[in-house]
Ligand binder design. Structure first.
Ligand SMILES: [Zn+2]
Length: 142
């Protein structure tokens, strides 16, 4: 028997496997098919009750970190293909030597902030020069 949706009011909430839910920075994070999540068949919203979300926290964290690792690997490969020297990038961003190579091998879990920064640089390489200028000038920030 479907339950009532707290968002649209329809009695269309059923368990669904392989759902995509909002989690931390990701508006849509796909869960493994082994996990069943309530979904409204009318409005399409997925949701977890608080007790189930607590029970799933380790799984959600694992999915979240795996997504960050894949994104980091992809962006590091893109930077390499575009000829960005990884060591120079590590120095500019204050990262330890070899860290970007480790991310390129999906070893280590980057912060979402670092993934976003690397993606912005890969998308527009002149941003790296902007960061160099920021560190040199500290204009308006010192
Ligand atoms: Zn609904």
């Amino acid at each position: 028997m479907p339950r009532q949706c707290p968002f649209c009011g329809w009695f269309g909430v059923r368990a669904q496997r392989g759902a995509a839910i909002a989690f931390r920075v990701f508006p849509s994070l796909t869960l493994p098919r082994s996990i069943s999540v309530p979904m409204c068949m009318h409005c399409g919203k997925h949701f977890l009750d608080p007790s189930k979300e607590v029970a799933l926290t380790p799984t959600l964290n694992a999915c979240y970190e795996a997504r960050l690792r894949v994104m980091a690997q992809t962006v590091v490969r893109t930077l390499q293909q575009r000829g960005t020297p990884l060591r120079q990038l590590e120095l500019t961003l204050g990262l330890s030597q070899g860290y970007l190579s480790r991310l390129g091998a999906k070893a280590g879990t980057p912060s979402p902030a670092l993934v976003a920064l690397l993606a912005l640089i890969a998308d527009e390489p002149t941003r790296l020069a902007q960061i160099h200028r920021l560190w040199a000038d500290q204009k308006g920030l010192a």
